[in-house]
Each structure stands twice: as C-alpha cells, then as structure tokens.
Write a protein that binds this ligand. Sequence first.
Ligand SMILES: [Zn+2]
Ligand SMILES: [Zn+2]
Length: 268
Amino acid sequence: MNHQKNSVLILGSGTSTGVPIMNCFCSVCQSSNSKNQRTRASIFISTARGKKFLIDTSPDLRMQYLKNKLSPPDGVFITHDHADHLHGIDDLRPFSFRQKAMDLYTSTETANLIKERFSYIFAQKNQKVGGGIPLIDMHEVSIGEEEIIEESESFLFYLLPHHHTKTLGIVHEKKMAYFIDCNSIPTKTLNALKSFNLELLIIDCVRRAPHQTHLNLDKALQYANEIQAKKTVFTHLSHDFDHQELSNELKKYDSTFFPAYDGQLISY
Ligand SMILES: [Zn+2]
Ligand SMILES: [Zn+2]
C-alpha cells in the first residue's frame, strides 16, 4: 500500500509585479522577512503515485526551479495567458533537450492564445531544430468532467471569470483546488467544490480593496468560508500584505486559513 501523500510546493506566491515591486519603498517591499519576497504565482505538485506537475510557467520559472532543485515535471498546466503565468514558457526548453516533448494542458481558448503569441514554438519548421525551442505537446482539457492525466492522476477543470478572459481552475483528486486569478467563482463550480470536502484550497487574494479581475481579501474569505477546505492558503499576494500581519489576521478569522509564501510545502 502506498502511504505517500500528495503535496504542493508554492513556487511563487506573488501578484503580477512580484514583491518587492521595482522602485517601491513601502514597508512590505523593504521588509527583511523573506516571506514578504514573492515571485510570480506558480505551484509544483508531487503526487502520491510519483507524478510531478507544474502549474504555470511564470517569468520567474528558471530561478524557482533552481532554488527548489526540482526534477522535470511529467506535465505542465497553464491557467491562462497573462504574462505572469505564461511568459516563462521558453524556459521549458531544457526539459526537451532529449527530444521528448513536454505535455502541456490548458483550455481551448488559452491554447489558441499561446499558439498565437508563441508561434515560433509551434511553427513546423522549428519543431525539427530541437534545442532552440521547447518541444511542446499541447492538450486541450475538457471542462467540468473528470480527466485522467499522465495515466494515473484525476483532475477536474473549471473556467473562472477573470475580467475579459477566463482562468482554468484546477482540482486534483477532488482533494486540492488551485483557484487563482478570478473575480468570482460561478455558483455551479462553488457547489462542486463544496461537495468535494477539499483537503486543501489555494485561492486568489490580490489585495484589500475590491479589484476588477481578482478576488480581494473580503471576497476570498467569503469563498474560503463557504468551501470549508481542511486548509485554505491565500495566494497571488501583492505588497498590500505583510506576511506576519496577514497570518495573524487570518488566524483570528479561522485557524485553518494561512497566507502563502514562496517555498511553502503543503501535503494533502
Ligand atoms: Zn496573475
Ligand atoms: Zn511596495
């Protein structure tokens, strides 16, 4: 029997600018607490069956990978096409030096946007060069139906409103949900999440004031409260939040709520 657990490593807990923000002199950006240093949002999943998945190729991907001494993933998920989640895609290159293409999973809409923006990666003539581009096998996921990915892993995908675009909400084994970059969670999806009795929810929480394209702290708290995962981690954090302050604030609200930080390892 396999007693190994699944785990998530938070590679990046920051919003699109990262924290500190260049040329910002606020107390969080100037803080010496390493938990206030946030690279762009991304996570690494290690499953109980030994599979590894990367969610999002942030512009900080290379340093996140080196810092955490990670091995190549079996597959990569892209939540949406915004630069802070996608523009490190070229750094997948070393994983295809042996000519094995990387499986990349995303929504149909995002797949089309990726092919357009990074057309050189998908141009037939370049696919033969090898080394110069990352070799990628693009897979479009189905929405709201269980899918078995890389032979053994159960995933569910949902589309979440993110202003004029949609983000892929990702659920592993009905135990862990990664819901970032959304301004709300549709009722049907919310009900599904509630029915799973999640071990771990990792949720968007960009700042204190309301935001057009993201959950702010109040909205994130409201959803976390409704979903009632065993543990909830708030991520995609801006310099609005000092780690220690937010940690105390969340603890007062619910002892199972925590702020994310780079390098945080959570099992589920
Ligand atoms: Zn983002
Ligand atoms: Zn700042």
